[in-house]
Design a protein around this ligand. Structure first.
Ligand code: NAP
Ligand code: G4F
Length: 327
């Protein structure tokens, strides 16, 4: 008690849970927004349950956000909540716009009314680059989103820039490239692969079915990226920062490496493809240039591709061999 106060939306998600751990270790008092679900989803918060203050609320409900911000009375706000799965944004585009786009304006309004000096971090995304205009992408690369999710993130990004310019609020965007971990949702491709490969290795499944194996991503490790978020809000001036490894690999390469970690040869026989996993518009390749984050924030990702794959496959092997089926 008595340390700096931070408020995290999306605290039950991958990044929110790692960020809560990081801030608690730094001595912050941490408040996390949790929405009501029919089955509570607190599995990522096992390490912080005792210390974390949870507050009820939802990014689609203005009054709950205003109330939560007032109760938390934070110096730093990290807006990580979103409908974050690109494929679902095609089947639920309006909901995605409500949460991932308009939800940000609702939270900005709650913060502006409560205390305009609060430092605000927005979880912007490399999905905004979409149909890429240059390689690698940095803070100056134009946006061309390819999904309702990407469109909503562009709206949210510009809302943050606009509130910074219009009202002088200390708002920053982290434009983060894909980052993964054993806490990644099972529907995202890296976790679908690490979970699938572990099941095959343990004799619980025979194959994995995927979409586009040639898609290329700049994959990093989530705990490295929450450190970037914190560093961003320690600056005296707000700004926008790309977080990336600078290295890109295909889904096929991720598969190859994951089967290697599990000691399985002839991996192609265990992989099927189904066009139902293809997207109406695909982001074929993303690779970031994190030079500004390195120069200004002193940030560099520690975990690289092969180690990331090893961490994820080993974690799923361990979880499944203990007979735990959930994430
Ligand atoms: P995630 O695991 O999907 O977590 C999303 C969080 O948002 C969950 O806590 C979820 O709560 C919450 N949420 C969803 N709808 C909500 C609503 N209506 N009201 C309040 N909370 C709501 O995502 P992540 O990977 O940690 O990513 C964190 C943020 O960074 C997201 O904004 C994502 O779009 C962005 N981002 C992620 C990456 C990446 O590679 N991971 C890269 C760039 C940007 P429930 O648990 O209740 O569902
Ligand atoms: O793992 P993905 O679903 O992640 P995606 O679409 O890159 O989005 C993630 O990263 C963004 C940052 O750029 C975040 F903003 C966003 O919130 C999310 O965290 O898919 C990665 C690639 C895609 O090209 C997809 O088409 O993998 C390809 N893929 C191939 N087969 C598949 C599959 N993706 C999924 N989810 N499932 C498949 O079976």
């Amino acid at each position: 008690m008595g340390g700096r106060r931070a408020f995290i939306t999306g605290v039950t998600g991958q990044d929110g849970s790692y960020l809560a751990e990081l801030l608690l270790k730094k001595g912050y008092e941490v408040f996390g927004l949790v929405r009501r679900l029919s089955s509570p989803n607190m599995s990522n918060l096992q390490t912080v349950r005792e210390e974390l203050h949870t507050l009820d609320g939802d990014l689609t409900d203005q009054s709950s956000l205003s109330h939560a911000v007032k109760l938390a009375d934070p110096e730093e706000v990290y807006n990580l909540a979103a409908q974050s799965f690109v494929a679902t944004s095609f089947s639920q585009p309006v909901l995605t716009g409500e949460i991932t786009g308009l939800g940000v304006i609702r939270l900005l309004e709650a913060v502006r009314a409560h205390n305009p000096s609060v430092k605000f971090y927005q979880a912007s995304s490399s999905e905004m680059f979409g149909h890429i205009a240059q390689e690698p992408q940095d803070e100056t690369t134009p946006f061309h989103p390819r999904s309702p999710y990407g469109v909503a993130k562009v709206y949210a990004y510009w809302a943050c820039v606009n509130y910074r310019e219009a009202y002088g609020l200390p708002i920053s965007n982290g434009i983060l490239f894909n980052h993964e971990s054993p806490r990644r949702g099972l529907e995202f491709v890296t976790r679908k692969i690490s979970d699938g490969v572990a099941r095959i290795a343990l004799g619980k499944a025979d194959s994995i079915t995927l979409g586009n194996l040639e898609a290329r991503r700049d994959w990093g490790y989530a705990p490295d990226y929450v450190d970037l978020m914190w560093r961003t809000l320690q600056q005296s001036e707000p700004g926008d920062f790309v977080g990336a490894t600078g290295e890109a690999h295909t889904v096929r390469e991720f598969l190859q490496e994951a089967f290697k970690v599990a000691g399985i040869e002839n991996w192609e026989g265990h992989v099927k493809t189904d066009p139902k996993f293809n997207r109406p518009a695909e982001v074929y390749a993303l690779r970031g240039n994190p030079a500004k984050a390195k120069r200004v924030l002193g940030w560099e990702p520690k975990v690289r591709f092969k180690e990331l794959v090893r961490i994820m496959v080993r974690a799923d092997l361990e979880r499944l061999s203990k007979g735990q089926s959930g994430a």
